[in-house]
Design a protein around this ligand. Structure first.
Ligand SMILES: [Zn+2]
Length: 315
């Protein structure tokens, strides 16, 4: 019998949204879920419910001062949590805590052997810094997951692969000098897109030099260009032999996203997920966690995330 894939779904996850007028709106989760059901994927996975995280858990990555600030702004829901991309709303602290708790529940289930892989759609909030929100990201579940893998599960060497259109700066800079965080990120060139970072020369600092791979892609980059660069990701991971793989599979790198300029199809996402599952089987006892990340075109969210989920199931 095949060990199942865990998929997280529930209205609580959908509460992480900034309203109808914001790109990170309330219909993202439903767009994915409708397509999951249409393809019958929900019958091939172990369905899991969202979980909320305690404050102390969030503070494994974030500073207590920043967590307290989100909590305070969550009460009145006025203003922004950053310079203007990430608005506060009433209950934003609770909503962001559910993203963290759900990602960590997925980590725990994988480590316990309940499943080999897991997918959390509303997650992969890769821009949040230790001490601030950024780019629609309140708390960085990727960062909390990495800290938790180490502190709670004794997993030190972790590969983080990011194919979202935006550079995963919140993860990159938090672990820039950490040689055991293997980081590979294909993203739209920062000269044309937020957050403007992720230059090819940024390969890690000090002892961590060479543990990071940033691949800026030109605007309009398509599947062929993705496939041309992808082997560099695999080469980095093979040389590093990680114990656990995190994939941030943002759907905003597909053509016709309203806020980016990339032109992949869901085939790129399927390829990345299939190949990383293979690497996870070789080096990580199969352990792979996929996080939805960005994506602001609902059809693209449905296509890219179900392509990843299908790869997790069929690998
Ligand atoms: Zn993005």
């Amino acid at each position: 019998m095949r060990i199942p894939v865990c998929l997280y779904h529930g209205v609580e996850l959908g509460r992480y949204s900034f309203g109808d007028a914001h790109p990170f709106g309330p219909r993202r989760l439903g767009a994915f879920w409708d397509e999951v059901q249409r393809q019958g994927l929900d019958r091939q996975v172990c369905m899991c419910a969202p979980v909320t995280a305690e404050q102390s858990v969030i503070e494994r990555f974030h500073t207590p001062e920043y967590v307290a600030r989100v909590k305070a702004q969550s009460k009145h829901g006025v203003g922004f949590l950053d310079a203007g991309d990430t608005p506060a709303f009433i209950g934003v602290y609770e909503a962001a805590s559910i993203v963290i708790g759900t990602t960590l529940d997925a980590v725990a289930r994988i480590l316990r052997g309940d499943c080999r892989r897991a997918f959390v759609p509303i997650a992969g909030l890769h821009h949040a810094r230790r001490d601030s929100a950024a780019g629609f990201c309140v708390f960085n579940d990727c960062g909390v997951a990495i800290e938790t893998l180490r502190a709670e599960h004794g997993v030190r060497r972790i590969a983080y692969v990011d194919i979202d259109a935006h550079h995963g700066d919140g993860v990159f800079y938090a672990f820039e000098d950490d040689p055991d965080l293997i980081f590979a990120d294909l993203h739209e060139d920062g000269r044309y897109l937020y957050p403007g970072t992720g230059h090819a020369e940024e390969t890690g600092r000090g002892a961590a030099t060479g543990s990071k791979l940033n691949i800026p892609m030109p605007p309009g980059a398509d599947d062929a260009q993705f496939l041309l660069q992808w082997p560099r990701v695999e080469a980095l991971l093979r040389a590093a032999r990680p114990e656990f793989i995190v994939l941030q599979c943002g759907a905003d790198s597909l053509a016709d996203d309203p806020i980016t300029h990339m032109a992949y199809s869901a085939a790129s996402h399927a390829h990345a997920a299939e190949r990383l599952c293979r690497l996870a089987d070789e080096y990580c006892q199969g352990r792979l966690l996929a996080l939805g990340g960005g994506g602001y075109n609902l059809d693209n969210i449905a296509a890219a995330w179900t392509a990843v989920l299908r790869a997790l199931i069929e690998s």
